[in-house]
Ligand binder design. Structure first.
Ligand SMILES: NC(=O)c1ccc[n+]([C@@H]2O[C@H](COP(=O)([O-])OP(=O)(O)OC[C@H]3O[C@@H](n4cnc5c(N)ncnc54)[C@H](O)[C@@H]3O)[C@@H](O)[C@H]2O)c1
Length: 387
Protein backbone atom coordinates (compact mmCIF):
# COMPACT_ATOMS: atom_id res chain seq x y z
CA UNK A 1 0.00 0.00 0.00
CA UNK A 2 1.19 3.49 -0.82
CA UNK A 3 -0.13 6.93 -1.83
CA UNK A 4 -1.23 5.56 -5.19
CA UNK A 5 -3.40 2.87 -3.61
CA UNK A 6 -7.11 3.42 -4.13
CA UNK A 7 -8.97 3.34 -0.84
CA UNK A 8 -12.46 1.86 -0.68
CA UNK A 9 -14.86 2.73 2.13
CA UNK A 10 -18.05 0.73 2.76
CA UNK A 11 -20.81 2.74 4.43
CA UNK A 12 -21.23 6.48 3.89
CA UNK A 13 -22.50 7.27 7.41
CA UNK A 14 -20.81 9.32 10.13
CA UNK A 15 -17.66 7.19 10.27
CA UNK A 16 -17.40 6.09 6.63
CA UNK A 17 -17.61 9.61 5.22
CA UNK A 18 -15.11 10.86 7.84
CA UNK A 19 -12.63 8.09 7.02
CA UNK A 20 -13.09 8.74 3.29
CA UNK A 21 -12.31 12.43 3.88
CA UNK A 22 -9.11 11.55 5.79
CA UNK A 23 -7.93 9.23 2.98
CA UNK A 24 -8.72 11.75 0.23
CA UNK A 25 -6.99 14.56 2.12
CA UNK A 26 -3.94 12.29 2.41
CA UNK A 27 -3.87 12.17 -1.41
CA UNK A 28 -5.66 8.89 -2.19
CA UNK A 29 -8.36 8.30 -4.72
CA UNK A 30 -11.34 7.05 -2.73
CA UNK A 31 -14.35 4.91 -3.61
CA UNK A 32 -17.17 5.56 -1.14
CA UNK A 33 -19.84 2.87 -1.31
CA UNK A 34 -23.27 2.59 0.32
CA UNK A 35 -26.31 0.49 -0.48
CA UNK A 36 -28.44 3.51 0.33
CA UNK A 37 -28.18 6.13 -2.45
CA UNK A 38 -29.66 8.81 -0.17
CA UNK A 39 -26.83 8.23 2.36
CA UNK A 40 -24.29 8.66 -0.47
CA UNK A 41 -25.93 11.94 -1.57
CA UNK A 42 -25.88 13.20 2.00
CA UNK A 43 -22.20 12.24 2.39
CA UNK A 44 -21.34 13.93 -0.92
CA UNK A 45 -23.06 17.16 0.16
CA UNK A 46 -21.47 17.21 3.60
CA UNK A 47 -17.99 16.38 2.23
CA UNK A 48 -18.35 19.25 -0.26
CA UNK A 49 -19.35 21.69 2.50
CA UNK A 50 -16.57 20.52 4.84
CA UNK A 51 -13.83 20.63 2.21
CA UNK A 52 -14.94 24.08 1.01
CA UNK A 53 -14.81 25.33 4.60
CA UNK A 54 -11.33 23.86 5.06
CA UNK A 55 -10.20 25.63 1.86
CA UNK A 56 -11.66 28.95 3.08
CA UNK A 57 -9.70 28.57 6.32
CA UNK A 58 -6.57 27.82 4.32
CA UNK A 59 -6.25 24.29 5.73
CA UNK A 60 -6.29 22.77 2.24
CA UNK A 61 -5.18 24.43 -0.99
CA UNK A 62 -8.12 23.57 -3.21
CA UNK A 63 -11.35 21.76 -2.26
CA UNK A 64 -12.11 20.78 -5.86
CA UNK A 65 -8.81 18.86 -6.10
CA UNK A 66 -9.72 16.76 -3.05
CA UNK A 67 -13.35 16.33 -4.19
CA UNK A 68 -12.17 15.11 -7.58
CA UNK A 69 -10.52 12.15 -5.82
CA UNK A 70 -13.94 10.73 -4.81
CA UNK A 71 -15.99 8.17 -6.62
CA UNK A 72 -19.45 7.50 -5.11
CA UNK A 73 -20.69 3.98 -5.75
CA UNK A 74 -23.70 1.76 -5.14
CA UNK A 75 -22.11 -1.30 -6.81
CA UNK A 76 -19.43 -3.35 -5.03
CA UNK A 77 -17.66 -3.84 -8.37
CA UNK A 78 -16.30 -0.30 -7.93
CA UNK A 79 -13.81 -1.75 -5.38
CA UNK A 80 -12.08 -3.92 -8.01
CA UNK A 81 -8.88 -1.82 -8.12
CA UNK A 82 -8.67 -0.88 -4.43
CA UNK A 83 -5.54 -1.58 -2.37
CA UNK A 84 -7.42 -1.21 0.92
CA UNK A 85 -11.13 -1.36 1.69
CA UNK A 86 -12.35 -0.09 5.09
CA UNK A 87 -15.79 -1.21 6.23
CA UNK A 88 -17.91 1.20 8.35
CA UNK A 89 -21.46 -0.13 8.16
CA UNK A 90 -24.00 -1.01 10.83
CA UNK A 91 -22.56 -2.76 13.94
CA UNK A 92 -23.98 -6.21 13.24
CA UNK A 93 -21.75 -9.27 12.96
CA UNK A 94 -23.84 -11.26 10.48
CA UNK A 95 -24.25 -8.28 8.13
CA UNK A 96 -20.55 -7.40 8.34
CA UNK A 97 -19.55 -11.02 7.62
CA UNK A 98 -21.74 -11.10 4.53
CA UNK A 99 -20.31 -7.78 3.28
CA UNK A 100 -16.72 -9.02 3.78
CA UNK A 101 -17.43 -12.22 1.83
CA UNK A 102 -19.08 -10.20 -0.97
CA UNK A 103 -16.25 -7.65 -1.13
CA UNK A 104 -13.60 -10.38 -1.20
CA UNK A 105 -15.22 -11.73 -4.35
CA UNK A 106 -14.57 -8.47 -6.28
CA UNK A 107 -11.17 -7.26 -4.98
CA UNK A 108 -7.68 -8.41 -5.99
CA UNK A 109 -5.68 -11.04 -4.06
CA UNK A 110 -3.50 -8.33 -2.52
CA UNK A 111 -6.27 -5.99 -1.37
CA UNK A 112 -6.34 -5.43 2.42
CA UNK A 113 -9.76 -5.55 4.11
CA UNK A 114 -10.29 -3.56 7.30
CA UNK A 115 -13.18 -3.11 9.70
CA UNK A 116 -13.96 -0.03 11.77
CA UNK A 117 -16.01 -2.07 14.27
CA UNK A 118 -16.13 -0.64 17.81
CA UNK A 119 -17.19 -3.75 19.64
CA UNK A 120 -17.21 -6.88 17.48
CA UNK A 121 -14.43 -9.43 17.25
CA UNK A 122 -12.19 -8.72 14.24
CA UNK A 123 -11.32 -12.43 14.28
CA UNK A 124 -14.93 -13.46 13.69
CA UNK A 125 -15.28 -10.93 10.85
CA UNK A 126 -12.05 -12.24 9.30
CA UNK A 127 -13.42 -15.77 9.51
CA UNK A 128 -15.94 -14.81 6.80
CA UNK A 129 -13.09 -14.39 4.29
CA UNK A 130 -11.27 -17.05 2.27
CA UNK A 131 -8.02 -15.14 2.69
CA UNK A 132 -8.51 -14.23 6.35
CA UNK A 133 -4.87 -13.11 6.81
CA UNK A 134 -5.64 -9.92 4.82
CA UNK A 135 -8.26 -8.76 7.36
CA UNK A 136 -7.45 -6.27 10.14
CA UNK A 137 -9.26 -3.81 12.43
CA UNK A 138 -8.71 -0.07 11.89
CA UNK A 139 -10.76 1.63 14.58
CA UNK A 140 -11.13 5.37 14.00
CA UNK A 141 -12.74 7.72 16.52
CA UNK A 142 -15.61 10.11 15.89
CA UNK A 143 -15.23 12.53 14.14
CA UNK A 144 -12.57 10.70 12.13
CA UNK A 145 -11.03 13.80 10.50
CA UNK A 146 -10.47 15.44 13.92
CA UNK A 147 -9.60 12.57 16.25
CA UNK A 148 -5.98 11.46 15.82
CA UNK A 149 -6.22 7.99 17.34
CA UNK A 150 -6.59 4.84 15.25
CA UNK A 151 -6.54 1.46 16.99
CA UNK A 152 -4.87 -1.11 14.71
CA UNK A 153 -6.24 -4.53 15.63
CA UNK A 154 -4.79 -7.70 14.15
CA UNK A 155 -7.19 -10.63 14.21
CA UNK A 156 -5.91 -14.05 15.20
CA UNK A 157 -5.57 -14.81 11.45
CA UNK A 158 -3.96 -11.50 10.35
CA UNK A 159 -0.60 -11.62 8.56
CA UNK A 160 1.90 -10.10 11.05
CA UNK A 161 3.51 -7.93 8.35
CA UNK A 162 0.17 -6.21 7.72
CA UNK A 163 0.22 -4.66 11.20
CA UNK A 164 3.27 -2.50 10.51
CA UNK A 165 2.05 -1.70 6.97
CA UNK A 166 -1.23 -0.39 8.38
CA UNK A 167 0.52 1.46 11.19
CA UNK A 168 2.74 3.24 8.65
CA UNK A 169 -0.23 4.08 6.44
CA UNK A 170 -2.18 5.56 9.35
CA UNK A 171 0.86 7.64 10.35
CA UNK A 172 1.10 8.85 6.73
CA UNK A 173 -2.55 9.93 7.04
CA UNK A 174 -1.55 12.10 10.01
CA UNK A 175 -3.07 9.73 12.55
CA UNK A 176 -1.69 8.38 15.84
CA UNK A 177 -1.90 4.60 15.40
CA UNK A 178 -1.71 2.21 18.36
CA UNK A 179 -1.64 -1.56 18.22
CA UNK A 180 -4.06 -3.51 20.36
CA UNK A 181 -5.14 -7.11 20.82
CA UNK A 182 -8.49 -8.24 19.48
CA UNK A 183 -10.23 -8.22 22.86
CA UNK A 184 -13.55 -6.53 23.78
CA UNK A 185 -13.45 -2.73 23.64
CA UNK A 186 -9.85 -2.85 22.31
CA UNK A 187 -8.04 -0.15 24.37
CA UNK A 188 -10.23 2.93 24.71
CA UNK A 189 -13.67 1.38 25.05
CA UNK A 190 -12.30 -1.01 27.67
CA UNK A 191 -10.07 1.25 29.76
CA UNK A 192 -12.58 4.14 29.81
CA UNK A 193 -15.48 2.11 31.26
CA UNK A 194 -15.01 3.23 34.92
CA UNK A 195 -15.17 6.89 33.87
CA UNK A 196 -18.87 6.29 33.27
CA UNK A 197 -19.61 3.24 35.45
CA UNK A 198 -17.95 4.38 38.67
CA UNK A 199 -19.39 7.89 38.34
CA UNK A 200 -22.89 6.44 38.01
CA UNK A 201 -22.23 4.13 40.96
CA UNK A 202 -21.21 7.11 43.13
CA UNK A 203 -24.42 8.87 42.09
CA UNK A 204 -26.59 5.78 42.69
CA UNK A 205 -25.19 5.39 46.20
CA UNK A 206 -26.07 9.01 46.96
CA UNK A 207 -22.47 9.96 47.73
CA UNK A 208 -22.85 13.01 45.48
CA UNK A 209 -25.30 14.36 42.93
CA UNK A 210 -24.76 14.52 39.17
CA UNK A 211 -23.49 18.11 38.83
CA UNK A 212 -21.10 17.63 41.76
CA UNK A 213 -19.56 14.51 40.21
CA UNK A 214 -19.20 16.32 36.86
CA UNK A 215 -17.66 19.31 38.67
CA UNK A 216 -15.16 17.04 40.49
CA UNK A 217 -14.08 15.33 37.27
CA UNK A 218 -13.61 18.59 35.34
CA UNK A 219 -12.47 21.14 37.91
CA UNK A 220 -10.48 18.83 40.18
CA UNK A 221 -9.43 15.95 37.92
CA UNK A 222 -8.99 18.07 34.76
CA UNK A 223 -11.15 16.12 32.27
CA UNK A 224 -12.73 18.18 29.49
CA UNK A 225 -16.25 16.97 30.31
CA UNK A 226 -17.74 15.27 33.34
CA UNK A 227 -19.08 11.70 32.94
CA UNK A 228 -22.77 12.73 32.92
CA UNK A 229 -22.31 15.63 30.51
CA UNK A 230 -20.24 13.34 28.30
CA UNK A 231 -22.65 10.39 28.25
CA UNK A 232 -25.53 12.81 27.54
CA UNK A 233 -23.42 14.10 24.65
CA UNK A 234 -22.46 10.64 23.30
CA UNK A 235 -26.05 9.41 23.68
CA UNK A 236 -27.16 6.70 26.11
CA UNK A 237 -28.20 4.46 23.22
CA UNK A 238 -24.50 4.34 22.19
CA UNK A 239 -22.75 4.56 25.59
CA UNK A 240 -25.01 2.09 27.43
CA UNK A 241 -24.87 -0.43 24.59
CA UNK A 242 -21.04 -0.32 24.55
CA UNK A 243 -21.00 -0.93 28.32
CA UNK A 244 -23.43 -3.83 28.03
CA UNK A 245 -21.52 -5.35 25.10
CA UNK A 246 -18.19 -5.07 26.93
CA UNK A 247 -19.77 -6.61 30.08
CA UNK A 248 -21.20 -9.56 28.13
CA UNK A 249 -18.02 -10.03 26.09
CA UNK A 250 -15.95 -10.19 29.28
CA UNK A 251 -18.04 -13.14 30.46
CA UNK A 252 -19.90 -10.87 32.90
CA UNK A 253 -16.88 -9.56 34.78
CA UNK A 254 -18.42 -7.31 37.51
CA UNK A 255 -15.86 -4.60 36.72
CA UNK A 256 -17.90 -3.71 33.63
CA UNK A 257 -21.40 -4.16 35.03
CA UNK A 258 -23.87 -1.69 33.48
CA UNK A 259 -26.11 0.46 35.70
CA UNK A 260 -29.88 0.54 36.04
CA UNK A 261 -29.89 4.34 36.08
CA UNK A 262 -28.49 4.47 32.57
CA UNK A 263 -30.62 1.55 31.35
CA UNK A 264 -33.77 3.34 32.53
CA UNK A 265 -32.74 6.49 30.63
CA UNK A 266 -32.47 4.37 27.51
CA UNK A 267 -35.88 2.76 28.15
CA UNK A 268 -37.44 6.20 28.68
CA UNK A 269 -35.98 7.42 25.39
CA UNK A 270 -33.98 10.03 27.33
CA UNK A 271 -30.93 9.54 25.16
CA UNK A 272 -29.17 12.78 26.11
CA UNK A 273 -28.69 16.02 24.21
CA UNK A 274 -30.15 14.64 20.99
CA UNK A 275 -33.55 14.01 22.63
CA UNK A 276 -33.41 17.06 24.90
CA UNK A 277 -33.13 14.99 28.06
CA UNK A 278 -30.69 12.55 29.62
CA UNK A 279 -29.05 12.88 33.02
CA UNK A 280 -29.65 16.61 32.52
CA UNK A 281 -32.72 18.38 31.13
CA UNK A 282 -31.84 20.47 28.07
CA UNK A 283 -35.27 22.07 27.59
CA UNK A 284 -35.16 25.79 26.97
CA UNK A 285 -35.43 27.93 30.04
CA UNK A 286 -34.41 25.14 32.44
CA UNK A 287 -31.46 26.13 34.62
CA UNK A 288 -28.90 23.38 35.12
CA UNK A 289 -28.47 22.24 38.74
CA UNK A 290 -25.47 23.66 40.56
CA UNK A 291 -22.73 21.44 42.00
CA UNK A 292 -21.85 21.37 45.68
CA UNK A 293 -18.32 22.68 45.43
CA UNK A 294 -17.02 20.74 48.40
CA UNK A 295 -13.34 20.13 47.73
CA UNK A 296 -13.00 17.25 50.20
CA UNK A 297 -15.93 15.43 48.57
CA UNK A 298 -14.68 16.37 45.09
CA UNK A 299 -11.23 14.92 45.78
CA UNK A 300 -12.77 11.71 47.09
CA UNK A 301 -14.87 11.32 43.92
CA UNK A 302 -11.98 12.14 41.57
CA UNK A 303 -9.57 9.79 43.35
CA UNK A 304 -12.04 6.91 43.27
CA UNK A 305 -12.78 7.22 39.55
CA UNK A 306 -9.15 7.86 38.56
CA UNK A 307 -7.94 4.88 40.65
CA UNK A 308 -10.45 2.66 38.83
CA UNK A 309 -9.29 4.00 35.44
CA UNK A 310 -5.62 3.47 36.35
CA UNK A 311 -6.42 -0.08 37.42
CA UNK A 312 -7.99 -0.79 34.01
CA UNK A 313 -4.95 0.57 32.18
CA UNK A 314 -2.57 -1.43 34.40
CA UNK A 315 -4.57 -4.63 33.92
CA UNK A 316 -4.58 -4.04 30.13
CA UNK A 317 -0.79 -3.69 30.28
CA UNK A 318 -0.52 -6.81 32.43
CA UNK A 319 -2.52 -8.80 29.86
CA UNK A 320 -0.48 -7.42 26.94
CA UNK A 321 -3.50 -5.75 25.35
CA UNK A 322 -1.16 -2.92 24.31
CA UNK A 323 2.22 -1.44 25.18
CA UNK A 324 2.54 1.21 27.91
CA UNK A 325 3.27 3.83 25.24
CA UNK A 326 0.20 2.89 23.20
CA UNK A 327 -2.05 2.82 26.27
CA UNK A 328 -0.99 6.38 27.07
CA UNK A 329 -1.46 7.54 23.46
CA UNK A 330 -4.87 5.88 23.23
CA UNK A 331 -6.34 7.62 26.27
CA UNK A 332 -4.89 11.04 25.49
CA UNK A 333 -5.59 11.03 21.72
CA UNK A 334 -8.77 8.91 21.61
CA UNK A 335 -10.72 10.39 24.53
CA UNK A 336 -8.62 13.50 25.32
CA UNK A 337 -7.72 12.51 28.89
CA UNK A 338 -5.65 15.22 30.58
CA UNK A 339 -2.78 12.74 30.92
CA UNK A 340 -2.03 9.09 30.37
CA UNK A 341 -3.26 6.78 33.13
CA UNK A 342 0.13 5.13 33.70
CA UNK A 343 1.71 8.56 34.05
CA UNK A 344 -1.05 9.42 36.52
CA UNK A 345 -0.22 6.29 38.49
CA UNK A 346 3.49 7.15 38.47
CA UNK A 347 2.75 10.63 39.76
CA UNK A 348 0.47 9.31 42.50
CA UNK A 349 2.67 6.22 43.12
CA UNK A 350 1.33 2.70 42.63
CA UNK A 351 1.09 2.43 46.43
CA UNK A 352 -1.43 5.30 46.69
CA UNK A 353 -3.51 3.90 43.83
CA UNK A 354 -3.46 0.43 45.38
CA UNK A 355 -4.50 1.75 48.78
CA UNK A 356 -7.57 3.49 47.23
CA UNK A 357 -8.57 0.29 45.43
CA UNK A 358 -7.93 -1.97 48.43
CA UNK A 359 -9.92 0.48 50.56
CA UNK A 360 -12.88 0.12 48.18
CA UNK A 361 -12.46 -3.65 48.02
CA UNK A 362 -12.39 -3.97 51.82
CA UNK A 363 -15.42 -1.75 52.10
CA UNK A 364 -17.59 -3.39 49.43
CA UNK A 365 -16.20 -6.94 49.15
CA UNK A 366 -17.00 -6.76 45.45
CA UNK A 367 -14.82 -8.17 42.70
CA UNK A 368 -15.41 -4.91 40.81
CA UNK A 369 -12.73 -3.31 43.00
CA UNK A 370 -10.04 -5.99 42.73
CA UNK A 371 -6.65 -4.45 42.04
CA UNK A 372 -4.54 -5.70 39.15
CA UNK A 373 -1.77 -8.01 40.29
CA UNK A 374 0.63 -5.83 38.29
CA UNK A 375 -0.36 -2.77 40.33
CA UNK A 376 0.23 -4.77 43.50
CA UNK A 377 3.69 -5.83 42.29
CA UNK A 378 4.62 -2.28 41.21
CA UNK A 379 3.56 -0.97 44.62
CA UNK A 380 5.51 -3.66 46.46
CA UNK A 381 8.65 -2.88 44.43
CA UNK A 382 8.02 0.89 44.54
CA UNK A 383 8.37 0.99 40.74
CA UNK A 384 7.14 3.33 38.01
CA UNK A 385 5.53 2.34 34.68
CA UNK A 386 7.22 5.01 32.53
CA UNK A 387 10.86 5.81 32.89
N1 LIG B 1 -20.30 6.57 15.46
C1 LIG B 1 -19.22 6.40 16.20
O1 LIG B 1 -18.94 7.15 17.15
C2 LIG B 1 -18.27 5.27 15.87
C3 LIG B 1 -16.94 5.36 16.30
C4 LIG B 1 -16.05 4.35 15.94
C5 LIG B 1 -16.51 3.25 15.23
N2 LIG B 1 -17.82 3.17 14.86
C6 LIG B 1 -18.24 2.01 14.07
O2 LIG B 1 -18.32 2.41 12.70
C7 LIG B 1 -19.35 1.67 12.04
C8 LIG B 1 -20.32 2.63 11.40
O3 LIG B 1 -20.85 3.49 12.37
P1 LIG B 1 -21.54 4.87 11.97
O4 LIG B 1 -21.76 5.61 13.25
O5 LIG B 1 -20.78 5.54 10.87
O6 LIG B 1 -22.95 4.36 11.40
P2 LIG B 1 -24.00 5.14 10.48
O7 LIG B 1 -25.31 4.58 10.83
O8 LIG B 1 -23.80 6.62 10.56
O9 LIG B 1 -23.60 4.70 8.99
C9 LIG B 1 -23.68 3.40 8.52
C10 LIG B 1 -23.84 3.45 7.01
O10 LIG B 1 -23.69 2.11 6.53
C11 LIG B 1 -24.66 1.92 5.50
N3 LIG B 1 -24.90 0.50 5.40
C12 LIG B 1 -25.59 -0.30 6.24
N4 LIG B 1 -25.56 -1.58 5.81
C13 LIG B 1 -24.82 -1.59 4.68
C14 LIG B 1 -24.40 -2.58 3.80
N5 LIG B 1 -24.77 -3.87 4.00
N6 LIG B 1 -23.63 -2.24 2.76
C15 LIG B 1 -23.27 -0.96 2.57
N7 LIG B 1 -23.64 0.04 3.37
C16 LIG B 1 -24.40 -0.27 4.42
C17 LIG B 1 -25.86 2.73 5.91
O11 LIG B 1 -26.67 3.06 4.79
C18 LIG B 1 -25.20 3.96 6.54
O12 LIG B 1 -25.03 4.97 5.58
C19 LIG B 1 -19.94 0.75 13.10
O13 LIG B 1 -19.28 -0.49 13.03
C20 LIG B 1 -19.60 1.45 14.40
O14 LIG B 1 -19.53 0.55 15.49
C21 LIG B 1 -18.71 4.17 15.15
Amino acid sequence: MNKDSIIGVIGAGAMGSGIAQVAAMAGHNVVLFDTNAAALDKAKASLTTTLNKLAEKGKIADASVVLARFQFATELQAFADCGLVIEAIIENLDIKKKVFADVEAVVSESCVLATNTSSLSVTSIAAACKKADRVIGLHFFNPAPLMALVEVIPAVQTDAALVSTCKELMAAWGKAPVITKDTPGFIVNRVARPFYGEAIRIYEEGIADIPTIDWAMTEIAGFRMGPFTLTDYIGHDVNYVVTETVFQSFFYDPRYKPSFSQKRLLEAGWLGRKTGRGFYNYAEGIAQPEPTKDTTLGNKIAERIIAMLINEAVEALHLNIASAKDLELAMTKGVNYPKGLLQWCDEWTAEKCLSILDGLYNDYHEDRYRASVLLRRMAADNKKFLS
